[in-house]
Design a protein around this ligand. Structure first.
Ligand SMILES: Cc1cc2nc3c(=O)[nH]c(=O)nc-3n(C[C@H](O)[C@H](O)[C@H](O)COP(=O)(O)OP(=O)(O)OC[C@H]3O[C@@H](n4cnc5c(N)ncnc54)[C@H](O)[C@@H]3O)c2cc1C
Length: 452
């Protein structure tokens, strides 16, 4: 295919965005704002097959629904403040539950409930909770406010005529465009369509996760789960990792493991550690809202071509963390490239690809850190010592909690993995805490009446 350098979006240009999830909305918000700022009249149309106000799978983009501290703050700076109808719960700490007990992890950095939990759609199937606003619908409305059109249609075919993308649905032409933005995620299988275009694009590799929504009532959730996300490393066969995210009347259970299914959810809910957190006599409902979405573990190959850019999950995402924040990063970079530099393949290679590469390189550090974490969790003596260290640090130190901060950043995704990796190489914080632990034990034994 011929490479066009510097083809720009001029007045009257048409941009089609496939997917109205966070990536599609972010792209439209930034691109239309920027177009206005530089005085160009450009038409943005988002194609979205779902209705986000619906309850259950037909309205939901299936995720744990944690909006990271950094994204909440970045959005506020952009003038996008999440309203209380969108935020289901504010989070101020994490709880770690292992065979060796539980520990609450707070960050000395988090000054307020900066982490929000949200529903991507209208709420779980069968929910009667009132006043819930979908996060994805909220963002889509922001895109509309910036001037984007939203069309509810499933784009089932894309053809390139010369280098002009043409979109189809049910055999009918929807439109042609000067730039096609693929913000279709990985859950609908739309990416395969682009692999067949022969542009070198390949969708990211994925694994299957298990998600379920369990209704417990907000009073129970407030008293037992508090304003915390709960992480469970319980060595249940087939289950690697479980997190529980409180959201109003519901908890979202997000599970990673080998081919996890409904039976794994039931096994987890019956585990003694978990049972303690459920109301007495709690029975697992016959039917509950659950799904098996794909979670990304690799990056897309060549997420751009002439007049084509892929953003969000369809491009590069931070490993296991802050997928919505990654959608923000890639969409903003693609929007700025398209408006300020051009929509040719070379423009995206020069100005968009480096952003994707930064995320991909950071994920290599993430992979390493997660492997070390997995190792710590299976070697019992190491696990116990590490757990004790964190417990002690949380109980005795208010400000300087270097080891907890590393864990906090791993859990929340609020720092890049590279930064966390280099912090783990520095032995002094651990030596300092171990020293403080020894001094504290010494004082307790020899000077039991002395205050801290
Ligand atoms: C189990 C799990 C838990 C997660 N937890 C979190 C979390 O807590 N926090 C976080 O930040 N991230 C989380 N993520 C990641 C997060 O869900 C994604 O990174 C994020 O949704 C990516 O946004 P996106 O817009 O690229 O894709 P999506 O959210 O998947 O949106 C794509 C949109 O495109 C539409 N679409 C697709 N194909 C077509 C088509 N052909 N025509 C029309 N419309 C189409 C879809 O309907 C959808 O609305 C999680 C992911 C999983 C799987």
């Amino acid at each position: 295919m011929a490479r066009i350098k510097g083809s720009t979006l001029t007045n009257g240009a048409r941009v089609a965005i496939i997917g109205g999830g966070p990536a599609g909305s972010f792209f439209s918000i930034f691109a239309s704002k920027l177009a206005r700022d530089i005085g160009r009249a450009i038409d943005f149309t988002i194609y979205e097959k779902k209705t986000f106000t619906n309850h259950g799978a037909s309205g939901c983009n299936m995720c744990a629904g944690v909006v990271s501290e950094s994204l909440v703050q970045t959005l506020a700076i952009e003038g996008v403040n999440l309203p209380s109808s969108v935020v289901r719960w504010g989070i101020e700490s994490y709880f770690f539950h292992t065979q060796n007990g539980s520990v609450q992890i707070k960050s000395s950095r988090l000054q307020q409930r900066g982490i929000a939990t949200i529903f991507r759609g209208g709420g779980p199937a069968g929910s009667s909770e009132q006043g819930v606003q979908s996060f994805d619908e909220f963002l889509l409305q922001k895109a509309v406010e910036q001037g984007a059109y939203v069309k509810h249609a499933f784009v089932d075919e894309v053809r390139l005529e010369g280098d002009k993308p043409i979109l189809f649905s049910g055999g009918k032409i929807l439109q042609d465009c000067d730039l096609l933005v693929g913000a279709f995620g990985v859950k609908a299988g739309t990416g395969r369509m682009y692999e067949k275009l022969g542009i070198g694009y390949k969708i990211p590799s994925t694994i299957k996760a298990t998600q379920s929504e369990i209704e417990l009532g907000s009073d129970w959730i407030a008293s037992r789960f508090g304003h915390s996300i709960h992480i469970f490393l319980l060595h249940i066969p087939g289950i690697k990792f479980v997190s529980i995210i409180p959201k109003g009347d519901y908890i979202t259970i997000s599970m990673l493991g080998k081919k996890t299914d409904v039976e794994h959810i039931k096994t987890f809910l019956s585990h003694p550690v978990m049972k303690k957190m459920l109301p007495s006599g709690f029975k697992i409902p016959e039917r509950f809202c659950h799904c098996f979405p794909k979670i990304i573990v690799g990056a897309a190959r060549k997420p751009f071509a002439n007049k084509l850019a892929f953003v969000g999950d369809a491009s590069s995402v931070r490993l296991y963390k802050d997928g919505i924040g990654s959608a923000y990063i890639t969409s903003k970079a693609a929007a700025y490239t398209a408006l300020l530099h051009g929509v040719g393949e070379e423009d995206f290679r020069k100005h968009y690809l480096p952003v994707c590469k930064t995320l991909n390189r950071d994920n290599l550090f993430g992979q390493f850190l997660f492997s070390v974490n997995a190792l710590i969790s299976i070697v019992s003596p190491v696990n116990r010592s590490y757990f004790k260290l964190i417990q002690w640090e949380q109980k005795n130190l208010q400000k300087d909690t270097p080891n907890s901060d590393i864990l906090w950043d791993m859990l929340t995704g609020s720092r890049f993995y590279k930064d966390i990796f280099f912090r783990t190489l520095n032995p002094w914080p651990t030596i300092y805490v171990l020293g403080a632990m020894v001094i504290s034990s010494f004082r307790k034994v020899f000077f039991p009446h002395m205050r801290k």
